[in-house]
Design a protein around this ligand. Structure first.
Ligand SMILES: Nc1ncnc2c1ncn2[C@@H]1O[C@H](COP(=O)(O)OP(=O)(O)OP(=O)(O)O)[C@@H](O)[C@H]1O
Ligand SMILES: [Mg+2]
Length: 545
C-alpha cells in the first residue's frame, strides 16, 4: 500500500482513500473502498461488531497495512484507539496531555527549576533561575498558562480530577488512561481526529460535554460509537461498513436521514433482486421449452446465459445481520442473601473515595449503582468480586454464593488464550461441545473459537466475557458497563436476556436504556452509599449525574 503525506497548505482534504482492500488472513473485511474526508466533514463510521471498523481506522491513522489501495492524509491526525496502551508509564498524566502541544516537558522543567531555586548554594540557585526563565519563555510562546488551563478544563470535563493528573500513567486504571488519551487528543488541536468508541469509560455528564465539543469542532472527524445519540447529534455523514457485502456505503447526510435512506436502499435491493429472479426463472423456463427443439438450441443457450448474468449481477443475498440469541441459564442455588457487605471504605492516599457503605444483595434482586466518575463504582464492584480489598469493613459471602464479574476493560479475559480456552477457564467442568454450543449462540462459530482473545474486536470481547459468565452459573452478576462496544442489535439481545435472568444483578451503567431494561428494585448511590427503592426519577440522575 502507498501512503502520501501533504503539508497543511497544499492538501485540500484531510483523509483520502482509494481502492482500498483490507483482509485478515484469507477473510476480506472490505474492498473497493473509496472516500474523502474534508475539513468540516464529520463522519460516523458504523457497522456491526467485528465488521472491521477498528481495523480500518488503524490503517487510516498509519497504524496498520491494507492489502491493497491508497491512503493519503494531510496534517496531523489525533487518533484514539479502541484499546489504547500508549505513553511512557513513568510519565505524569498531566505531562502526557500537555505534550500534545509540546507544553508538558516545559512545565516539568519549570517545576524542577523552581524546586532548585530553593537551594542555598548560590550557583545552583542562579542556574535554576536561568533555566526557569528559559523554560517559561518557551512555555509562554506555546500558549502558556491559558493553554494549560484549557487542558485542565478538558481533563476535568472528562472526569479526570486534579490529583489524577499528578500521577504517573502506570498507576492509573485502563479507563483513566483512556480518558487521558482522549483529553490529549482533544487538547492537541489536530486538524482531524479519529475516535474509536470515545464514550467508553466516560460518565453521562462527560458524554454530554463531549457531544458539544465534537459539534463545535472545526476539523475533519471520523467517529465510531455505539452511542447513537452521540452519532445523531454530531455527524453530517455516515459511512456504513456492510460486513455481508464487504463494502462501505457512503451517505452524505445526518443519522436520522441515513436510517431512512438505508432502509429504502435495502428495500430497493430486495425488490431488484426479486424482479431479477423472476425474470431469470422465466428465461430458464423458456429455455427449457426451446431446448427440446433442435432448431431453437442456440436461442435456449443464450437465454440461459442471460439468466445467469442477471443472477450474478445481483447483490449477494443478504442474510439478516446475525444476532446472538442469548439466554442466561438458571444460576446455582444459593441462600436468601448471597452477598453482603458492611462498612466498606476506600481511599487512595488522602483522597476518600467512599466511606461506610453497607449493602445486602438478596437472591434474584436487581440493584443499580449510580454516581459520578470517580465516585468508586468500579472499585465497589471489584471489592464485591473479591479483587480489591476495602480499607475498612468486609464483604461477606452468603450461602452458595457464586459471583460472575464483568469488567468494562475485559480484564477477566486471558488475551493470550483462545476463545474456547477462555470458556473452559470459566467453567472447567464444561464439555467441549457444550462450550462450543454456548459460543455459537454468542456468534462465535467454526474457526472463531480458536482465535486468541487478544485479536477480537471490542464487541467480540464483550460477547466472549458475557458468554463465560453464562456458563459459570453465577447467582450474583456484577456488571460494569456491559453495553459498551455492543452494536445496537447485540445490545438489545443482551438486555433482553438480562431482564429474564433469575439470579441477582448489580449493574453499573451510564446507559439509560440498559438500566430501564434491568427493571431494578433498588439503587445505591455513591459516594454516600445511600440506598433507595428504585423509581424512574433516578433515570434522570443517570443522564444528569
Ligand atoms: N490478527 C487477527 N487474526 C484473526 N482475526 C482478526 C485479527 N485481527 C482482527 N481480527 C478480526 O477482524 C474482525 C474485525 O475486527 P475489528 O476490530 O476491526 O472490528 P470492529 O468493526 O471494530 O468491531 P467492534 O464494533 O466490535 O469494535 C473481527 O472479527 C476480528 O476478530
Ligand atoms: Mg472496534
Amino acid at each position: 500500500m502507498l501512503r502520501f503525506y501533504f503539508d497543511k497548505a497544499s492538501g485540500k482534504y484531510m483523509i483520502s482513500v482509494r481502492d482500498l482492500e483490507i483482509r485478515i488472513g484469507a477473510r476480506v473485511l472490505m474492498q473497493d473502498v473509496n472516500f474523502r474526508v474534508d475539513k468540516g466533514d464529520k463522519v460516523g463510521l458504523v457497522g456491526r461488531n467485528g465488521a472491521g471498523k477498528t481495523t480500518l481506522t488503524k490503517i487510516l491513522a498509519g497504524d496498520g497495512q491494507a492489502s491493497a489501495g491508497f491512503v493519503e492524509t494531510t496534517g496531523e491526525i489525533g487518533y484514539l484507539p479502541q484499546d489504547p496502551r500508549s505513553g511512557d508509564p513513568e510519565e505524569l498524566a498531566r505531562t502526557r496531555i500537555l505534550n500534545a502541544r509540546g507544553l508538558g516537558d516545559l512545565v516539568a522543567q519549570m517545576t524542577k527549576a523552581s524546586e532548585d531555586m530553593g537551594s542555598v548554594d548560590e550557583a545552583v540557585y542562579q542556574s535554576a533561575m536561568r533555566k526557569y526563565a528559559n523554560a517559561e519563555e518557551r512555555f509562554n510562546a506555546a500558549g502558556g498558562y491559558a493553554a494549560e488551563a484549557e487542558a485542565e478544563a478538558i481533563a476535568s470535563n472528562l472526569g479526570l480530577k486534579e490529583h489524577i493528573l499528578n500521577q504517573p500513567l502506570k498507576t492509573l486504571s485502563g479507563g483513566q488512561r483512556r480518558r487521558i488519551e482522549l483529553a490529549r487528543i482533544l487538547f492537541s488541536d489536530a486538524q482531524s481526529m479519529i475516535l474509536d468508541e470515545p464514550t467508553n469509560h466516560l460518565d453521562a455528564d462527560s458524554v454530554i460535554w463531549l457531544r458539544d465539543f465534537l459539534k463545535s469542532y472545526q476539523g475533519g472527524l471520523i467517529v465510531i460509537s455505539h452511542d447513537v445519540e452521540l452519532i445523531g447529534e454530531t455527524v453530517n455523514r455516515i459511512f456504513y461498513l456492510d460486513a455481508m457485502r464487504t463494502v462501505i456505503d457512503v451517505y452524505n447526510m445526518g443519522w436520522k436521514q441515513y436510517l431512512k435512506q438505508r432502509e429504502a436502499d435495502e428495500e430497493r435491493r430486495k425488490r431488484e433482486r426479486s424482479n431479477a429472479e423472476k425474470k431469470a426463472s422465466q428465461l430458464q423456463l423458456q429455455a427449457a421449452k426451446f431446448g427440446a427443439k433442435a432448431t431453437k438450441a442456440v436461442a435456449a443457450q443464450q437465454m440461459l446465459r442471460r439468466a445467469e448474468r442477471l443472477l450474478s449481477n445481483l447483490d449477494e443475498v443478504r442474510e439478516q445481520d446475525r444476532v446472538a440469541k442469548i439466554r442466561f441459564p438458571d444460576p446455582a442455588p444459593c441462600g436468601k442473601t448471597p452477598l453482603m457487605a458492611s462498612n466498606l471504605s476506600k481511599s487512595y492516599g488522602s483522597l476518600e473515595i467512599f466511606t461506610a457503605v453497607d449493602l445486602a444483595i438478596d437472591k434474584g434482586s436487581k440493584v443499580v449503582v449510580l454516581g459520578l466518575n470517580g465516585a468508586g463504582k468500579t472499585t465497589l464492584l471489584r471489592m464485591l468480586a473479591g479483587l480489591d480489598q476495602p480499607d475498612t469493613g468486609a464483604v461477606e459471602p452468603g450461602h452458595g454464593l457464586k459471583v460472575g464479574y464483568y469488567a468494562q476493560e475485559h480484564e477477566t479475559l486471558d488475551v493470550s488464550k483462545s476463545v474456547l480456552e477462555n470458556m473452559q477457564r470459566a467453567a472447567p467442568q464444561l464439555a467441549d461441545v457444550d462450550a462450543r454450543k454456548v459460543l455459537g449462540s454468542f456468534l462465535f462459530s467454526g474457526d472463531d473459537v480458536n482465535k486468541p482473545a487478544g485479536v477480537l474486536s471490542g464487541g467480540e470481547k464483550t460477547r466472549l466475557a458475557l458468554a463465560s459468565l453464562v456458563v459459570s452459573s453465577a447467582n450474583v452478576l456484577l456488571l460494569d458497563e456491559p453495553t459498551n462496544n455492543l452494536d445496537p442489535a447485540s445490545r438489545e439481545e443482551i438486555l433482553r436476556a438480562l431482564a429474564t435472568f433469575t439470579g441477582a444483578v448489580v449493574l453499573v451503567s451510564h446507559d439509560e436504556g440498559a438500566v430501564s431494561a434491568l427493571n431494578p428494585e433498588r439503587v445505591l448511590i455513591l459516594p454516600d452509599g445511600v440506598e433507595d427503592i428504585w423509581n424512574d426519577g433516578y433515570l434522570d440522575l443517570i443522564t444528569l449525574s
